[in-house]
Write a protein that binds this ligand. Structure first.
Ligand code: LLP
Length: 419
């Protein structure tokens, strides 16, 4: 569910016509809906009722500080994976005691920053990382609260590039080493073991891989308690899929929550979640202008002013995004288009053979469900400025990241004085 709808024949974000935003900021641009963002956070929160769970929004999915502040005001925590994301979360007003730090490659500088900030937990992914964290904490006269991220060797049945819980993936402590790793951590004076963490992948549209992984983790919690560890938290990661339009319907947050409750309730732990896509995915769109319609030998190409540098998901994961015209079509006619951008690669394709109403130069289109892993994964490839981001609330909109100036982009390069 989202708040991008045709009103009077024109696509709106809440009460604002997208054409008005295009006139003000130019194209392409990202547009987010405050109402959708807030609704999705509340749907996830309500699914867990009055349970004292920490919902640590996964900052990597959309890290704009205005988006983070919107969620922080609703009570969200943050799941960060770098010092940069930590700084964003703190700037947005996320309380440090609601921040978890994930990732396989935390540097000791990042560890010190997070320790100084007083975050809730580090999700540790290897024994060498544990040793580095222990040494860093001791050098600061502190103890680092940790969970171990374990690798349950479960296939999440999602795209291979975003599957993280199989034995061959780089993430987490291998299942067979988990108990030994906890014993090692239990003896380190700079480490305070709090619990277990698991995250098996993203855009998961079936509950069964979650259930398998969480069931294995629940067994592990029992074993670890038997080994003498105090396990008070269980971080179940993110990964819940969203409807993009072409795939099987993802589970409802309420069904996900019921499954989680069944597995976790007997353990008496505080639950932590790291949802990203589920909160922000359908709360954002990428609006682009049609530059040209080109009838080539065998295909009709819709050439947009947005490209793979703005939204790389189709090129990287063959991801499906719905594409709709900003002006509501007044005809039933549909023509197959390959929707492409101006970047000089054949991979710069948003959709192939997509049935769309007839479009002409200047027509605006919206690429839907682009709020998660869209703007954050954009680049300046082909010296294209990053698309601006706009946040809509009711009848108002605000530019939350302006379009950079090309001259400023080029001025970041430095010509050595010998040239
Ligand atoms: N926690 C951890 C440790 C993660 O690695 C991720 C995502 C999340 C939480 C949030 O997962 P979500 O709820 O958003 O599924 N760029 C890819 C997705 C990469 C996901 C990376 N990790 C895409 O565009 O599909």
């Amino acid at each position: 569910m989202h708040h991008f709808e045709y009103l009077g024949g024109e696509l709106h974000a809440e009460g604002v016509p997208l054409r008005a935003i295009a006139d003000a900021v130019g194209t392409p641009f990202y547009c987010y809906s405050d109402a959708t963002l807030s609704r999705h956070f509340k749907v996830f929160e309500d699914a867990f009722g009055d349970e004292d769970a920490l919902i640590a929004y996964s900052v990597k999915s959309n890290s704009n500080v205005a988006v983070l502040r919107t969620l922080a005001k609703l009570g969200a925590g943050a799941d960060v994976v770098s010092g940069g994301e930590l700084a964003r979360a703190l700037k947005a007003g996320v309380p440090p005691e609601k921040i978890v730090f994930s990732g396989v490659g935390k540097t000791t500088e990042e560890m010190s920053e997070a320790l100084s900030a007083g975050i809730y937990q580090f999700n540790v992914e290897s024994e060498p990382e544990l040793e580095a964290l222990n040494a860093t904490a001791l050098s600061m006269d502190m103890r680092a609260p940790i969970t171990f991220r374990v690798n349950p060797d479960v296939d999440a049945k999602t795209h291979t590039k975003i599957s993280t819980g199989r034995g061959e993936d780089k993430f987490g402590i291998p299942w067979a080493h988990a108990r030994a790793a906890f014993s090692l951590a239990g003896e380190m004076p700079g480490i305070d073991v709090k619990g277990v963490d698991v995250h098996i992948g993203s855009q998961i549209t079936d509950l069964s891989p979650f259930e398998n992984a969480f069931g294995k983790v629940a067994e592990l919690v029992r074993d670890l308690r038997g080994d003498g560890h105090t396990i008070e938290r269980l971080d179940l990661g993110g990964g819940l899929g969203i409807p993009y339009g072409a795939e099987k319907k993802p589970p409802l947050p309420s069904d996900y929550a019921a499954m989680v409750r069944k597995v976790a309730a007997p353990l008496g732990v505080r639950l932590v979640f790291e949802p990203g896509r589920m909160i922000v995915g359908n709360a954002g769109i990428l609006v682009a202008k049609t530059l040209y319609v080109k009838d080539a030998a065998v295909r009709r190409f819709l050439i947009l002013d947005a490209a793979m540098n703005d939204l790389i998901r189709p090129a990287l994961y063959d991801a499906y995004h719905e594409i709709i015209p900003v002006q509501e079509p007044d005809t039933e006619a549909r023509i197959a288009h390959d929707v492409v951008g101006p970047v000089c690669e054949t991979g710069d394709t948003f959709a192939r053979g997509r049935d769309l109403p007839p479009l002409s130069s200047g027509d605006l289109v919206a690429i839907m469900s682009a709020g998660a892993y869209g703007a954050v994964q954009s680049s300046e490839y082909n010296t294209r400025p990053l698309a601006p981001e706009v946040l809509v609330r009711g009848d108002a909109f605000s530019i939350i990241r302006p379009r950079p100036d090309v001259a400023d982009m080029i001025d970041r390069d430095v010509i050595p004085n010998w040239l």
